[in-house]
Write a protein that binds this ligand. Structure first.
Ligand SMILES: Cc1ncc(COP(=O)(O)O)c(C=O)c1O
Length: 221
């Protein structure tokens, strides 16, 4: 369809690139052929700031042919220190077969362990791919009904995660993990246990605040 209408495909590989989904790029997992790919984070494993946009030949050639120059320089573009760290990161990833390990071992292991969280009363869906996982927090497990956004349950859960010792982000009421690509099986087990503990604590806090709310409502009426 995109080819038919000559529409360019931009695939954001800032998170999914560099092994996160068990391929060098997330678009490979989904067999997509992007024209442009923003990249960053995993390129240097986050050790130094570096990002870029990979541009397909078709676009580069058009820019040169039509514009006479492919201008893409910024003051700190290609900073040698960041570039050296990125190159070394990629070299180590290749040498230690990190992408293959995510695809063949760590990703499937996380998928198996992460799926065990699906039985938690707060979890409407537990999903993962490679070393990225998400939990959808729901008010009603049977119907999948979401919480009222004013309750900010995702933020509440994120705070309990931090208190529990787990770095898990919230985007709305979706909880997201993106652990290091060198995580071990034992660490995945620990991560899942901490996530369950944080979910339990979130449920306790929710029950407590609902209790308080109903008390307040009753005393008002
Ligand atoms: C998938 C994705 N794309 C883009 C960005 C934004 O990148 P930047 O902060 O370099 O604009 C982020 C930042 O977290 C991201 O996660």
């Amino acid at each position: 369809m995109l080819e038919k209408y000559d529409i360019l495909l931009v695939i954001d590989e800032v998170i999914c690139g560099f092994g996160r989904l068990g391929e060098w790029f997330g678009s490979q997992h989904y067999d997509l052929k992007p024209d442009l790919m923003p990249i960053a984070k995993g390129l240097s494993s986050g050790y130094l700031p570096i990002g870029g946009v990979l541009v397909g030949d078709r676009i580069a050639e058009t820019l040169v042919q039509e514009g006479g120059e492919f201008y893409h320089g910024f003051t700190y573009s290609g900073h040698p220190v960041c570039a050296a760290v990125a190159l070394k990161t990629l070299e180590i990833m290749q040498r230690e077969n990190i992408v293959e390990r995510v695809r063949d071992d760590l990703g499937p292991y996380l998928a198996k362990r992460w799926a065990t969280l699906a039985d938690h009363p707060l979890v409407g869906e537990a999903r993962s791919l490679g070393l990225m996982g998400a939990l959808e927090l729901v008010a009603d497990k049977a119907t999948g009904e979401r919480f009222d956004s004013s309750l900010a349950v995702g933020s509440m859960c994120r705070d309990t995660c931090f208190d529990t010792g787990l770095v898990m982000r919230s985007v709305g009421d979706t909880m997201i993990i993106s652990p290091p690509l060198v995580i071990t099986h034992d660490e995945i087990d620990a991560l899942v246990s901490l996530a369950r503990a944080a979910l339990d604590e979130t449920a306790r806090q929710l029950a407590a605040s609902f209790h308080l709310t109903s008390l307040t409502s009753e005393s008002c009426s």
